[in-house]
Design a protein around this ligand. Sequence first.
Ligand SMILES: Nc1ncnc2c1ncn2[C@@H]1O[C@H](COP(=O)(O)OP(=O)(O)OP(=O)(O)O)[C@@H](O)[C@H]1O
Ligand SMILES: [Mg+2]
Length: 151
Amino acid sequence: MKIHLVDTQATMNLGIVLGQTLTAGTVILLAGDLGAGKTTLVQGLGKGLGIIEPIVSPTFTLINEYTEGRIPLYHLDLYRLDPQEVVNLNLESYWEGIEVIPGIVAIEWSERMPYKPSSYINVLLTYGDEGSRQAEITPFNCTINEYIATI
Ligand SMILES: Nc1ncnc2c1ncn2[C@@H]1O[C@H](COP(=O)(O)OP(=O)(O)OP(=O)(O)O)[C@@H](O)[C@H]1O
Ligand SMILES: [Mg+2]
């Protein structure tokens, strides 16, 4: 499914709908060039989940956890890591809910992952005309709410 995102607010809105509808245990793998809008989408996700705390890029902290919303949000950014470092993070504990409360796991620079969960939603953000963006959403072994397409 391809969605045209005309401006920053449109990217936010897509995140908001995802945050309102996705269930605990969902993994969102975000891919796309520098500045494509990955963090913006996660900021929307946070809003949709009811998180008031500002969502900031975890480029240096690696993982930011937000627990004040409907369900927890785990926001990761793998930009600075190589595949072996990613393996060492034991990311599966997040999506398997081992020692963490199940929530939504959103991973920026998921291209860096040498392995993927058994089910996830892939969101590829690309640059479009006149500074806009496009999101290509592909669910793997899971479903997404159809009204996302109406945004
Ligand atoms: N649909 C859109 N149209 C135009 N600008 C957008 C759109 N979505 C987001 N932006 C803008 O793009 C810029 C970069 O966004 P953002 O930080 O979310 O990208 P990113 O993919 O997380 O970048 P990085 O690769 O550095 O992590 C921001 O200024 C944001 O407002
Ligand atoms: Mg980012």
